[in-house]
Write a protein that binds this ligand. Structure first.
Ligand code: NAD
Length: 486
């Protein structure tokens, strides 16, 4: 059985310390182990990344050369992305059709930020002081720690890594202990593509052990975190102790607001993709369906007919539409939330625990609850699984109030053929991203991130490269300095 060790200074380190199991969610069997990194591992990775930031080819490269290196990495990904597919699926059980879709496009995040690196220029500042020029220079932070979750480890890593490297930082990654293999294989490919040693290091292990040690390391200059709000709070606390900035991309409980005048086929496709793609294990899962009362019965009937026929199966099978949940603790959490929703009085219209009962592996099928009220756990807490909570409204104001009745604010969908209403409701919903008659797209050009408990800071978009820089203002006097005490 393969043991994955940390990737530091362009190579896998020899590891004879403790390991953690990696379990295949489709079978429940261990398929590999990963190193349980500790404070020493964190120190080794950060010091190495700091050295690569200060001296050597990366430190000497200008932004155009760094852009060339990112393009080489993108070229490598275009030809070798298939190598990364199996390790990720064996770790997190995501179905092959989705993983292939994500990985075939991995190169595009690096290409986009290579282009942004070429555009990054120092900017003359319009200061009002006579006889002094000032210029703002975009300078990288130094060592950036990137902490990622298990649901889409490599795609989420690309969102952090591409702008951080384009800006000239070096990066130490801590992937989830539940899904580290694809990140380690990626690091090897990146090194083969010419990324100098130390520019991308990967350490594995538990969040509260090696993850926290990375954030608290005195040479760490910035943290970018994607995960639960619980993990995010810990990371923010640790970052604030060292007075370093943290970007937090956290969970969600995203509403899909459906008006009676919507194109129903379109809305059904959007709702299905919002909650049942990746088996609901996406941060933007549209997990609260807020539907106009007059449409509810027809919409639910169509939705449940479609959800009931989705094919549950092996994630490696291209025909599979519902793959397992990513790990056993998560299966237990989702099962418990379904049981609690029943006990709280929500009406279970489709029970995914029943449709997948008796299967090996960590399976739960599509689940739909009606009559979910805002006091229920299912309304308030993120499930991160294929569980849709449904309620109805009669007025636009009521729909908006229901949509905003959440501690989270990551994404939302609005379904209507009335363009003015769509724009009005989108404006009123408290979320980092609102889709109108559409759902869940991401693109390098469009910033993403949350409000409220969904986090702060943004990823992606043309400003992302600047977010990984600190502006240094350099002032140059062109006239004699007047005597301050004439
Ligand atoms: P998690 O918070 O348990 O773990 C995320 C990462 O943080 C892991 O690598 C973990 O080891 C690390 N970590 C945990 N505690 C830490 C600590 N004290 N110090 C340093 N690192 C620590 O989250 P998860 O269960 O892996 O992922 C699921 C969550 O991620 C969901 O809430 C989901 O909504 C969220 N998510 C958000 C986005 C987004 O873009 N907003 C995207 C994907 C997932």
């Amino acid at each position: 059985m393969k043991t994955y060790s940390p990737f530091i200074s362009g190579a896998f380190v020899d590891w004879d310390g403790e390991t953690l199991p990696s379990v295949d969610p489709a079978t429940g069997q261990m398929w590999s182990t990963i190193a349980r990194g500790d404070t020493q591992t964190a120190d080794m990775a950060i010091r190495d990344a700091d050295q690569a930031f200060r001296s050597g080819p990366w430190a000497k490269a200008g932004s155009a050369e760094r852009a060339d290196m990112l393009d080489c990495l993108a070229d490598m990904l275009e030809t070798r992305w298939e190598d990364l597919v199996t390790p990720e699926i064996r770790d997190n059980g995501k179905r092959i059709t989705e993983v292939r879709g994500q990985f075939a496009g991995l190169h595009s995040w690096f290409r986009f930020f290579a282009t942004e690196a070429r555009k990054l220029r120092s900017e003359p500042q319009a200061n009002s002081i006579p006889g002094v020029h000032s210029v703002g220079h975009f300078r990288p932070y130094g060592v950036v720690v990137a902490i990622t979750p298990w649901n889409s480890p490599l795609m989420i890593l690309a969102w952090k890594l591409a702008p951080a490297l384009a800006a000239g930082n070096t990066v130490v990654v801590k992937p989830s202990e539940m899904a580290s293999a694809s990140t380690l294989e990626f690091a090897r490919l990146a090194h083969e593509a010419g990324l100098p040693p130390g520019v991308l290091n990967v350490v594995t292990g538990l969040g509260h052990e090696v993850g926290e040690a990375l954030v608290r390391h005195p040479l760490t200059r910035k943290v970018t975190f994607t995960g639960s709000d619980r993990g995010g709070r810990k990371v923010a606390e640790a970052a604030s102790a060292g007075v370093i900035p943290a970007v937090l991309e956290l969970g969600g409980k995203s509403p899909q607001v459906v008006f009676a005048d919507c194109d129903m086929d379109n809305a059904v496709n959007g709702i299905l993709s919002g909650i049942f793609l990746s088996n609901g294990q996406t941060c933007v899962a549209g997990s609260r369906l807020i539907v106009e009362a007059g449409l509810k019965d027809r919409l639910l009937s169509r939705l449940i007919d479609r959800a009931r026929t989705l094919q549950v199966g092996d994630p490696m099978d291209p025909d599979t539409q519902v793959a397992p949940l990513a790990n056993e603790p998560h299966l237990q959490k989702v099962t418990a939330m379904i049981e609690r929703a029943k006990a709280d009085g929500a009406i279970c219209l489709l029970d995914g625990t029943a449709t997948t009962a008796g299967r090996n592996g960590f399976y739960i099928g599509p689940t739909v609850f009606d009559d979910v009220t805002p006091g229920m756990q299912l309304w308030r807490e993120e499930v991160f699984g294929p569980v849709l909570a449904v309620t109805s409204f009669t007025t636009e104001d009521e729909a908006i109030a229901l949509a905003n009745d959440s501690h989270y604010g990551l994404a939302a969908g609005v379904w209507t053929t009335d363009a003015d209403k769509g724009a009005r409701v989108a404006e009123a919903i408290e979320a980092g991203t609102v889709y109108i008659n559409h759902y869940r797209s991401v693109d390098p050009a469009c910033p993403i991130g949350g409000v409220k408990l969904s986090g702060y800071g943004r990823e992606l978009g043309p400003d992302a490269i600047r977010d990984f820089c600190q502006v240094k203002s350099i002032w140059t006097g062109t006239k004699p300095v007047p005597d301050p005490f004439p």
